[in-house]
Design a protein around this ligand. Structure first.
Ligand SMILES: [Cu+2]
Length: 120
């Protein structure tokens, strides 16, 4: 029996909610259960993703996935600072977020590279 359009609409709604939940909103809700580690790629002179929603105690791993480009991630904030130093291709550095707030990770080599962390 073919499905009527009225029956399909709720199904489509559910599909949309699941997709949205897997990206940001639910991701940060799940993070309350335990501290999590998120992987951020440095690729094509961009951070991927460019926004991350985290909770205090979460850790991010910055992974340089460019083939021949060095990156240098750092944060200049009021309450703390972070400097990963020069990161060669294929290397990683880690940062655990101990303070709530919004912080921007920049790159000392590529001024346009920015990643905003929203820490609750
Ligand atoms: Cu860079």
């Amino acid at each position: 029996m073919p499905l009527c359009s009225r029956c399909l609409r709720p199904l489509l709604l559910i599909g949309t909610l699941v997709v949205a939940g897997s990206s940001t909103a639910m991701g940060s809700a799940w993070a309350t259960l335990s501290s999590t580690t998120r992987i951020v790629l440095q690729k094509g002179r961009h951070y991927m993703p460019t926004d991350l929603f985290l909770h205090r105690g979460d850790t991010i791993t910055l992974r340089n996935e460019d083939e021949s480009v060095t990156h240098h991630a750092f944060i200049e904030a009021d309450r703390f600072s972070f400097d990963a130093g020069d990161q060669e291709p294929g290397t990683e550095s880690r940062l655990t977020l101990a303070e709530p707030g919004d912080f921007v990770i920049q790159c000392g080599i590529h001024p346009k590279m920015k990643l905003t962390l929203h820490v609750q």
